[in-house]
Design a protein around this ligand. Structure first.
Ligand SMILES: Cc1cc2nc3c(=O)[nH]c(=O)nc-3n(C[C@H](O)[C@H](O)[C@H](O)COP(=O)(O)OP(=O)(O)OC[C@H]3O[C@@H](n4cnc5c(N)ncnc54)[C@H](O)[C@@H]3O)c2cc1C
Length: 327
């Protein structure tokens, strides 16, 4: 008689949507990453909580995936369960909306436009899910999603608790939220918008998409995870540069530009020629290529400015050993 495997037991709990040995490069905008032992896309909160409980019961390492747009995955993949939040409903109520955290961010912006609701259009072109955006408080042009948030519903990692907490609890800050230190799983959020004119909202959306089209890689054809390093804090004194007290963050790209990083290449990992803080996968880049290139960029900035850049892109899986390289 055949013994029951971990896969059998997981499949009993999660059904046939459970995938095994799923290549994670299919689920990241960098198109890099080995296979996950198990992969499951939860389409509703019940499925997601069930998957959390099953992962805990079977002592499986767990990674929660949104759109995979801020992520570099190891070439060896992930030994555990990758749980994709694919809860995608949007329910409008006046100028507010209850949004499933697997909803695509741009789809939400279009849905708001179609109901004459303004607010998030500044973010048109940020890929990924609403949950991923809340986790890292995604934003640009000095605005972010956290400031539109009234409350979010989260599950504990073991699936035992589901709670609704007000925005303040999430401690939204620049590319940061409490969830980076105290992990909970975002199920849905209540966001507040304001009345706006559909045409004006559409104009802003088009402008933002056009700026990105000109300056940034098109991730569907030039795979990338966007800005690789975080910008420096406001008023940060970069050694060797004139002090400019103020509220603007110093872009990491400015330091990388001063170090001639555009066009640097390791294997098929390439610093985007139009933006020094973006790494693209120019063919068959491996995670190791990207990490080696990122170390080279950091080393140049460290040598020239004495500043250590901090990664914005997250890494999943085992880190490979990198050869100490050139500067
Ligand atoms: C071309 C390009 C341009 C970009 N421009 C910007 C920009 O202007 N501003 C900006 O802020 N970012 C930008 N990004 C980065 C990225 O798009 C954002 O960080 C995005 O919000 C990540 O969402 P995601 O769903 O893809 O998250 P993922 O990459 O899937 O995950 C990121 C993290 O969020 C966690 N997470 C995901 N979903 C949940 C959930 N439901 N509950 C709890 N944790 C969760 C994951 O565990 C992981 O730790 C850009 C990326 C690209 C490729």
């Amino acid at each position: 008689m055949r013994t029951t495997t971990l896969e059998d037991r997981l499949r009993q709990r999660l059904g046939d949507a459970l995938l095994t040995q799923e290549p994670l490069r299919h689920h990241t905008t960098m198109r890099i990453g080995g296979a996950a032992d198990f992969y499951f896309a939860a389409r509703n909160p019940h499925q997601l909580v069930e998957a959390l409980k099953a992962a805990r019961e079977f002592a499986l390492p767990l990674f929660l995936l949104g759109g995979g747009s801020n992520l570099l995955v190891s070439d060896d993949g992930f030994r555990g369960l990758v749980l994709r939040n694919a809860i995608e409903e949007i329910e409008f109520d006046g100028t507010a909306a209850q949004v499933g955290c697997g909803t695509d961010f741009l789809e939400l912006i279009y849905a708001c436009r179609d109901r004459d609701l303004a607010g998030l259009e500044f973010a048109a072109g940020i890929p990924g899910s609403v949950g991923g955006a809340l986790y890292g408080n995604a934003g640009c042009y000095g605005q972010d999603i956290g400031s539109f948030t009234i409350e979010c519903t989260v599950a504990s990692l073991d699936g035992a608790q589901v709670l609704t907490r007000p925005a303040a609890w999430f401690e939204f800050a620049y590319r940061d939220s409490r969830l980076k230190r105290d992990p909970w799983v975002l199920l849905s959020c209540l966001l507040q918008f304001r009345r706006g004119a559909r045409d004006a909202i559409q104009t802003v959306i088009e402008e933002k998409l056009e700026v990105r089209r000109v300056k940034h890689p098109q991730w569907r054809v030039e795979p990338t995870a966007g800005s690789y390093f975080k910008n420096l804090p406001p008023g940060f004194q970069v050694p060797g540069l004139p002090h400019s007290p103020g509220t603007q963050r110093i872009p990491a790209g400015a330091l990388l530009d001063a170090c001639d990083c555009r066009g640097l290449r390791v294997g098929d990992a390439l610093v985007f020629p139009k933006h020094a803080n973006i790494i693209v996968n120019a063919g068959r880049a491996t995670a190791k290529d990207v990490l080696t290139l990122a170390e080279l960029m950091k080393a140049r900035v460290r040598v020239k400015f004495g500043v250590t850049l901090e990664e914005e892109v997250m890494f999943l899986g085992e880190r490979p050993r990198l050869e100490s390289g050139r500067v």
